[in-house]
Design a protein around this ligand. Structure first.
Ligand SMILES: [Zn+2]
Length: 281
């Protein structure tokens, strides 16, 4: 099943104009198979694509899982001989992700997603990368779409795309594995001996998106191609496809946000109410 994955990814990178000659591409790597495969294909083909590739890892401080993830990312860096930038949440916040979530009374996956997006945006710009690549795959798109329909955030759905153009505040965002299933990346990673951890996040099973993905795996078995046609048809049916809105700068930290103050600054304000200086990094 993994046969042809690399060609399909390259086809999207070139045909979809995800990367161009001279691009500096930062790949956000979690330690898991998908981002490892995205980094692998981009770094191995960097010469012919005419790009520079760097790796970004956000260490969440989740006991057990984060140590395993960090070790996998270090091993990947060695194999790819690419620069690795690590950002440790606990060093900046004085708290690891589980405590931040507990204190804010928020689901860990929600806080994790918010923090990852924030640091990916901010660090790509800070480190001088004009492209940010993530390991999001076809299963992630299916989960995102279904979840948006369940929670009523349907308006967000049209934003899903293998390519989001650069804005003043954000690097171009690309998803090289947009049409690839998780089981395919696993096969490819195993076949190529790509270092990744099978240790899954302890909070993952609490997430409805995880259950949706499992259900779609079963549908795909009964009807191969179901996931791809689901995503294609939803995107085709949605109004507003291709519309992009430029984010504004957070009044406190300058990060991209849709409001006046970004979610991360609001989280910090709640955590450190009274003793915390806003915008402190
Ligand atoms: Zn902010």
């Amino acid at each position: 099943m993994a046969k042809g994955l690399e060609e399909r990814v390259l086809g999207l990178l070139r045909g979809g104009k995800l990367v161009r000659k001279g691009d500096r591409v930062l790949v956000s790597v979690s330690g898991g198979k998908d981002s490892a495969v995205a980094a692998w294909v981009l770094a191995k083909r960097a010469g012919e694509l005419g790009i520079d590739v760097g790796l970004l890892h956000i260490d969440l401080g989740i006991p057990g899982y984060s140590e395993e993830s960090r070790a996998a990312v270090e091993a990947l860096r060695e194999r790819l001989d690419a620069p690795l930038h690590v950002h440790e949440i606990e060093k900046e916040w004085g708290l690891a992700l589980p405590e931040i979530a507990r204190k804010l009374k928020k689901a860990p996956c929600h806080v994790c997603g918010t923090l990852k997006r924030y640091y990916q945006n901010v660090l790509a710009k800070e480190l001088g990368y004009n492209v940010l690549a993530t390991g999001h795959n076809l299963d992630d798109s299916v989960g995102f779409i279904v979840n948006n329909f369940i929670t009523g955030q349907v308006k967000q759905t049209h934003k899903i795309s293998p390519l989001l153009p650069e804005t003043e505040l954000t690097s171009r965002k690309i998803k090289p594995l947009f049409w690839i299933q998780g089981r395919e990346t696993e096969g490819y990673a195993t076949e190529k001996g790509i270092p990744f951890t099978r240790c899954s996040c302890p909070f993952q099973k609490q997430s409805p998106t995880h259950v949706i993905r499992e259900a779609f795996d079963r549908v795909e078995e009964l009807r191969p191609g179901a996931k791809k046609s689901f995503v294609k048809n939803v995107l085709r049916a949605l109004p507003g496809k291709g519309e992009t809105t430029s984010p504004s700068a957070c009044e406190l930290c300058g990060a991209p946000t849709s409001g006046k103050v970004c979610t991360v600054c609001r989280m910090k304000k709640r955590l450190w109410a009274g003793g915390f200086q806003l915008g402190q990094q």
